[in-house]
Design a protein around this ligand. Structure first.
Ligand SMILES: Cc1ncc(COP(=O)(O)O)c(C=O)c1O
Length: 459
């Protein structure tokens, strides 16, 4: 009998948590069980996932912003199917593949400041590692500066510019001479850069961990300092690019002209891993400086046809469906609705975001009984209340979302850019109900806390 993937999936459906427990990451399996995320999804389409019982889930996690176009987008799927039908010669390596040229051309046309040289790789961290190499080669300096709370990936290179102690601990020594500065402190950045040995200042225009948005004058000021001291400005748009924040690049909100831009996640349309590091020709050529160095930086699967086809189709969909504009419009509605909730529920400390990247921060309640519950949760593990909210949204409203980072009472919404009024209404109604329940110490939001606090204390 011919081997069939469909039959394999059907015959083994339900085995996944056991298999992951045995062969992959059992800690993650446990966490998913504890927070009630151990579902068996069988289908994904648009903004939704379905489990085997036919229950529908609204996806505000989008694979950490991989599914800006929603799941199983027909145009992207068709491009991939067409490519497979064409049996095109892929990864010859000693040729110049057409699709890579076309995708590079399309990306370059969307870049500010004439960035027109592209390097393709496979992941967000890959693209940032590449950016750091370009910066070092061009400036002939070795140090890099980054922001506190930054997240640029978890390879050994990018860990060196990770602003989270939890991620770094146990893997040092990391990049020598890499130093973090606080966001919105231009003097601190000046003190770093004026030493004249900093190759690059790497920044997420809006930070993914915590959804921290810089003050209006910070990034333009940082760019001025970079120019003054000959440091390259790297804008890591891996999460915030591709229309996520209501502009194609998030850095457009501040009119920035970065020296290097990184993109990944949604560039593969939710189907294929791909990343791009986009820079100026002079910077690009600093690595490939002589003919014998033409492959001194490369990766086997970079420029592969599946990824390039998915990238071209994704950019087409972004334009065709005006998803950048939609992200801005829907984001504004969602932000407005959530901000109105803040007026009614004291535990919402703040709502912030641009386009469809939104963070909601929580704070301790004033009432004595609630405050005791909050303090117990915080003592067990910082940021636990945000996890309660994530759990309640899943359990009672079938909404997938996430805490915005370790040890913070912030949740993050990253819906697909295709959402409409229906989804905005659903999200607001769900948040209203969860916050109303959280205002009752005997409400379900707190009831689930006992179990979670127990697990946190047993860590
Ligand atoms: C801003 C940013 N840069 C880089 C990365 C790393 O991407 P990857 O996980 O594909 O290596 C991420 C991942 O979340 C990210 O958010």
């Amino acid at each position: 009998m011919a081997w069939s993937l469909r039959q394999l999936i059907e015959s083994r459906l339900g085995d996944q948590y056991r298999l992951h427990e045995q062969y992959l990451n059992p800690s993650l399996v446990r966490v998913q069980g504890i927070i009630g995320f151990d579902k068996i999804y069988t289908r994904g389409e648009g903004a939704y996932l379905w489990d085997g019982d036919g229950t529908r889930y609204l996806d505000l996690l989008t694979g950490f912003s991989v599914f800006n176009f929603g799941r199983a987008h027909p145009a992207i799927k068709q491009a991939i199917q067409e490519l497979l039908e064409l049996d095109r010669p892929n990864l010859i390596k000693m040729d110049c593949p057409l699709l890579a040229g076309l995708l590079a051309e399309d990306l370059a046309r969307r870049m500010p400041g004439g960035l027109d040289a592209v390097f393709f790789a496979n992941s967000g961290a890959d693209s940032v590692d590449s950016a750091l190499k370009f910066a070092r080669a061009f400036t002939r300096r070795h140090r890099v500066t980054y922001l506190e709370h930054a997240f640029h990936g978890l390879t050994l290179g990018t860990l060196g510019i990770n602003g989270g102690e939890d991620f770094r601990k146990g893997f040092e020594p990391l990049l020598p001479g890499a130093e973090a500065v606080p966001m919105n402190d231009l003097d601190a950045l000046d003190r770093q850069l004026r030493q004249g040995d900093v190759a690059a200042f790497t920044v997420e225009p809006i930070q993914g961990k915590g959804v921290y948005i810089p003050a209006d004058d910070y990034l333009p000021g940082a760019q001025r300092l970079c120019r003054k001291y000959g440091t390259l400005l790297i804008c890591d748009e891996v999460q915030v690019g591709m229309g996520r924040t209501g502009r194609f690049l998030c850095s457009e909100h501040w009119g920035l002209e970065p020296d290097i831009v990184t993109l990944s996640k949604s560039l593969g349309g939710g189907y294929v891993p791909v990343s791009a590091t986009i820079t100026r020709r002079k910077i690009h050529d600093a690595i490939f400086s002589r003919l014998e160095k033409c492959q001194v930086h490369s990766t086997t699967f970079g420029q592969n046809e599946l990824a390039m086809a998915a990238g071209l189709a994704s950019l087409h969909v972004l334009d065709e469906e005006r998803l950048v504009e939609r992200s801005a419009a829907m984001g504004e509605k969602l932000l407005k609705g959530l901000t109105a909730l803040q007026d009614r529920y004291e535990m919402i400390a703040g709502v912030r975001g641009k386009g469809l990247m939104i963070g909601i921060e929580f704070q301790a309640p004033r009432s004595l009984a609630l405050r005791a519950a909050w303090t117990a949760a915080e003592a067990a593990q910082k940021g636990l209340f945000a996890q309660f909210v994530v759990m309640a949204l899943m359990r009672d409203h079938h909404i997938l979302t996430q805490v915005a980072g370790p040890d913070v009472n912030i949740i993050k919404f990253l819906p697909p850019l295709i959402i409409g009024d229906e989804e905005v209404t659903t999200i607001l109604a769900a948040m209203e109900q969860v916050m109303a329940e959280a205002a009752e110490v005997r409400g379900r939001v707190w009831a689930q806390s006992v179990e979670l606090v127990k697990h946190a204390l047993s860590r």
